[in-house]
Ligand binder design. Sequence first.
Ligand code: CA
Length: 254
Amino acid sequence: MMKILIVEDEEALAKGLKFNFEQEGYEVETAGDGHRALDLFDSADPPFDLVVMDLMLPGMSGYETTREIRLRDTCVSILVLSARTLSEDRAMAFDAGTDQYLSKPFALPELLSRIRNLKDRRQSRTTSTSATEAGVQEIPVRFEFGDGIVVDFDQFEITVAGTTHTLTTMEIQLLRYFIEHESRVRSRDQIMEDVWEDNSAFSTRSIDNFVMRLRRLIEPLPSAPRHILSVRGTGYRFVANPEPGDVDSESESS
Ligand code: CA
């Protein structure tokens, strides 16, 4: 059974959500602040599948609480439900480790359908992993490529030339996607659709920005990338182990 933690200081809203989620057959607990949320999170057995997070909370903010939860559990889905609508707020929430962002006031059916999608995704992930999707590589938790670059998907870390960097959720999701589709061309639209379920906060331009950040980390010469190659007018292609002398000739212009 899907288990949901609602972190919301507005009691009426918390109660309303709880009621509606229970109607869907989910098991629900509520917390009015971040500390309480972390207590519940830490003692949950079985663990929560989803956290619905408010950002403006008394004491510890929703951002901070999200970050704390993400440190404890890299798999749990976190959906921010917030009255804050600025793109900086969204960006901050995603940086803290949020998977989805829904602005208040929200439509209940939309929220419920997003949760159903999350549930389906989790189920298909646990029962049949990615092998069902043709051509998708199953990759280990620690993946090594190129010149000794090591990605640790559990720790959200990448080690390049002996230095370890922490990646954001978005960065690691994108990198994972590239690795899973090694050497295949993916269009920006495909990437948006496949990598981010909630892509309303993004434009295809955001993908370029994430790619730029990844390139700065993994490419010895970001202006002449060898791993994340641009494909003119389309998107990107990831190459784990390029041949010596293989460089992306198209990136200089972009
Ligand atoms: Ca609030």
